[in-house]
Design a protein around this ligand. Sequence first.
Ligand SMILES: [Zn+2]
Length: 650
Amino acid sequence: MNKAKNMLIGEMLLEEGIITKEQLKDALEEQKKSGEKIGQVLVKMRYISKEILWTFLGYQMGVPFINVEDMGEIKQDVLKSLPEQLMRNEKLIPVSRQGRVITVAMADPLNFLVVDDIKATTRSEIDTRLAPAEDIKKLIDKYFGFKNEETGAIARARVDELDDILAAPTGNRQQPREEQPQMKINRSPYGDAPAPRREEAPRMPSFSQPAYQPPQPSYTPPAASSYAPPPQQPSYTPPPQQSSYSAPSYEAPQQAASYSAPQPLSASMSGDTPVNSFLTSLISSAYDSNATDIHVEPFNDKCRIRRRIDGALYEVDSPPKTLYTGLLNKIKEMAQMNVNEKNAPQESKLKIRVAGREINMAVYTFPTIFGEKIVLRIVRSDSSILPLNTVGMDESVYDLFKKEIRLPYGLIIISGPTNSGKATTMYSTLADLNTPNVNIFTVDDTTSNYILPGLNQTKVSRKSYGQVLRYLADQDCDVVAVGDIPNKETAEGVFDMIASGHLVIANLRANDPYQALQNIINLGIEPYVVYSNTMAVITQRLIRRVCDRCRVSYEATPEILKMLGDSASRSMLHKGNGCAACAGTGYKGRTAVFEMLPITEKIKDLFTAGEPVKKIKEENKKSGMNFIKEDALLKVLQGLTTVDEYMKIS
Ligand SMILES: [Zn+2]
């Protein structure tokens, strides 16, 4: 990409294969008529996305592009670090702060005089990012122009969509960690006129940061306690555990890594009115039991309270119905929501201090026929990447998988339905491969929370994956990870990368390995290409782990043994009786169950001969691989999970 500095943006896009000669010619014609910049014309003619244009402009300038349209709320203390007038005059806005470094989105990040000014004003290092002037203006207007709208934004959602919304990962909507190019600048943003800027500007110190770290919330969660298995009861003899099961548990994806409140709504709950004391104990006990959400729902005769733990909702003791209105108003008031608005959904954020610690929450209210339903989503800052040997792979799968991901080229697919933990496995895999001599790029969207130092992590919308892959083909990299293969362009990009000697690891939404392969074929890729380039496909599901504190063993009934099948000769099974540590659920944390399909020569031949899936499954079984249900059974027999959890795996 070093050649980029002398190229016009149109040539650059052409060279990278993002646009065709014909498209460039069309755009140049159009440009003659309209007089607009060539980049703008290309976007207007829908030959490239705005995101792609600005990513390239960023590369060209040597300043990473930040998509401010697709970013979380900016914290008030960050906004206040610079005068509004300066922001408006210079078309810039501070977007985040980490330690002594403030990230500033600028329409003209090469204006070093201004950058020096900001440095002096804030006495901080400045990490500049490129963003379109109009987007910056919109942001400034949003934060400074409409002061009356600071309270919760209205969520345009119907009540019955609530669970869907809440089930979706909230994601880290912070700025992307862009590649930080090494080239000098001698073009204006649009590349068609030389910019009157210093060409040999010294690189700013903030660029030498090894990797972008998302801003962290200010509180320190008791994360360790929620991951380390609690001490086991002396009476319990643990089942034979393989090294790969020493796992902490999977993190629920909705526990976003980075939490940015629109304003630090710190509320304290002093005073011991019935409402305050109920709310204090509700929130702190939910926090301690690792709940992700608290639902407060009014009904005709009662107020139901449920907590979501490890993906499942559990009802807890209801308060008297008479307390409901007080609860609702108190929560709305603390979250600075409109207390008088009862007929429209509201959404806000809340930082609350209970029992000596700060708990961050997103707050949602939704009107129902009996009153407003309240959901408090607890936001934890932990999304640590698990070591690969702790994600739950059986030893045989783990050993083989570890070999496959070290192949010089080919496709490795990690598949599963939504919320199956496949992104966790992908980043654990990348962490395993992440050594200084391996160059890894990730192409993922903003819903992924994982940040791994040493990786080149690009965050773009799913529809741009293909375009980014085409760009990466020219880069010096060994391994590329893709968050999904959503369209033909991405699939083609993947196989082009493999053809040029790269290993590609892809997440794919599919229920089993066969469906995963078929999904790629359905995008319009030749089956033979798919079968000969794919090295292995794994598929996975999450299951809940038995709580170690209250675990008991019991003898399986003959009916259960029969259902579990021949391999269940051990008659002792395990379950949790429920205790304080697991909030009475009997479960604590999750792990994954896997099925792996290595595409051996034999299996490739069966596929290309058009043999039915059943036959291929048999062959895979013969070579020693378990079906996902068998892997789940193994974990039941090892005491890691229960028969109930096993039943849910299909
Ligand atoms: Zn327990």
